[in-house]
Design a protein around this ligand. Structure first.
Ligand code: ADP
Ligand code: MG
Length: 464
């Protein structure tokens, strides 16, 4: 009985950490933990080496806080804050225990292996998803450019300009990983004797750090220098990680000068990546940079239909129309809606009528309908600062009015799709330069002024 509850408790901790940090970080770092004891709300965990302890302590244990106007502001949560908040665990201690049989070793062996079965590039790639193929990839206005470039790279067409490296960017859930893995499958089928490696930037860092720890950087280098096609996902992860960037830069140059293919995905364009070395940035943009956009109606419809077919959801076209009309965010959300319906069909034996769809997807739909408009931003910002909307729209220069106005400009820019001139017009015909100035100013001040940070946070919550 006791044993059971301890396991449960430990499992719960791991689930919480996995949920908060995401599967990649969890698998690479946090799964190294072993449970030692839990007394008086103090948790003790062990890891195998001093190195791992230091790394985790530095990167993940404590959140990032900054003292602003005498108060601490949390910028990023760490393990300690998360466990306190979620499970009321008061302190966390990490000890080193060489014998602690870390589950992570088994986990990483399971998770990490090369796509290629031959050659010496083992243990550096990540397994591909069987479903992420071109056959299952819907093409529409939002991704046809990325798709065409991908095809021409695979077919080695001569376009008269350099398409290597290929850099794909776009928001989360729009199909970057799917497209990359589909490319990886194609390369793998096409070149049976070549080393095709797909991995996340995070895993690249993990392997790099591990090689430093094992004083085996040469093996690391030679493994990556022997790759023929390198597909590296979620590049945003290397922001601020100088050592990893440097190593990536070397790898990158070595592969490019050997005419090897490099394909990258990131949540932003290279120019918009922060804390990335400029040389690396310009290298990454030296081939072709293409974005994937939000899906239009037609694309959402096709994705809904295709996912329903793959997953075995039985429903009629009306349901796809409904989803395509109402789930307007990302491809992933469209897929999520289908999965939700599938669960209802499978476990509750429900027939999927429009009424059922409306009911099952209630939360998803409300979230979409409640889209934030500039009018609401002006009103809520005025409410928050206890002034009137007319004063927000006025030309009054007193800080009492100018600060709320600037915050409202800023919120309009980040929460709606309106352009600077459009925002200006809706604020009583202000010049677009005034809007740009305000947005830049608030962006900077957010980091150093707790009053502003708090206002932005609270008003955003009021709007949602
Ligand atoms: P990203 O890497 O951009 O965050 P993913 O590639 O992980 O997005 O896509 C999220 C989910 O949506 C995946 O399950 C994927 O199969 C699906 N998806 C995204 N784009 C498409 C598409 N064009 N066709 C079919 N499914 C897609
Ligand atoms: Mg992805």
């Amino acid at each position: 009985m006791l044993e059971f509850s301890k396991n449960d408790f430990w499992l719960n901790i791991k689930n919480v950490l996995q949920g908060e940090f995401g599967i990649e970080i969890y698998n690479s770092w946090l799964s190294k933990f072993n449970f030692v004891s839990f007394n008086n709300q103090n948790l003790v965990i062990s890891v195998e080496t001093q190195f791992i302890k230091e790394w985790i302590s530095r990167e993940f244990l404590n959140g990032q806080k900054r003292k602003i106007n005498g108060q601490y502001v949390v910028l990023k949560k760490g393990i300690k804050e998360i466990l306190l908040e979620r499970l009321n665990i008061k302190s966390v201690e990490i000890i080193v225990d060489k014998n602690s049989k870390s589950e992570f070793i088994q986990e990483s062996i399971n998770n990490v292996h090369s796509i290629s079965e031959n050659g010496n590039v083992c243990n550096i790639g990540t397994e591909l998803n069987q479903l992420y193929t071109f056959e299952n990839f819907v093409i529409g206005e939002s991704n046809k450019l990325a798709m065409s470039v991908a095809q021409s790279i695979i077919n080695e067409e001569n376009l008269g300009f350099d398409v290597n490296p290929f850099f794909i960017y776009g928001e989360v859930g729009l199909g970057k990983t799917h497209l990359m893995q589909a490319m990886a499958w194609e390369f793998k089928n096409k070149y049976k004797n070549k080393n095709v490696v797909y991995l996340s930037a995070e895993k690249f860092m993990y392997l790099f750090v591990q090689s430093l720890q094992n004083k085996d950087i040469e093996t690391f280098k030679s493994k990556f220098r022997n790759v023929d096609v390198l597909l590296i996902d979620d590049l945003q992860f290397i922001a601020g990680k100088e050592g990893t960037q440097k190593e990536f830069f070397y790898t990158f140059n070595a592969l490019l000068s050997d005419n090897k293919k490099i394909i990258m995905a990131c949540d932003k364009a290279p120019v918009n990546m922060e804390n990335i070395d400029n040389q690396l940035k310009s290298r990454m943009s030296s081939g072709i940079v293409v974005d994937i956009l939000k899906p239009d109606y037609e694309m959402r419809y096709k994705i809904a239909k295709q996912k329903a077919e793959i997953l075995g959801l039985k429903c009629n076209d009306e349901v796809y129309e409904f989803i395509a009309t109402n789930i307007i965010t990302t491809n992933r959300d469209v897929e999520g809606a289908i999965k939700k319906l599938l669960i209802n069909q499978k476990f509750l034996n429900q027939e999927i009528t429009i009424e059922v769809v409306q009911n099952v997807l209630k939360d998803n739909l409300i979230a979409n309908k409640k889209s934030i408009n500039i009018d609401a931003i002006q009103q809520k910002t005025a409410d928050y600062f206890k002034i009137t909307k007319a004063e927000i729209l006025s030309d009054k220069r007193d800080r009492k009015f100018s600060l709320p106005r600037q915050i409202a400009f800023y919120l309009s820019k980040i929460l709606t799709k309106k352009s600077f001139p459009e925002i200006g017009r809706e604020f009583g015909n202000k010049n677009h330069a005034t809007v740009i100035f305000a947005c830049n100013k608030i962006t900077k001040e957010l980091e150093i002024d707790i009053e502003i940070a708090e206002a932005v946070d609270k008003i955003t919550k009021m709007l949602k």
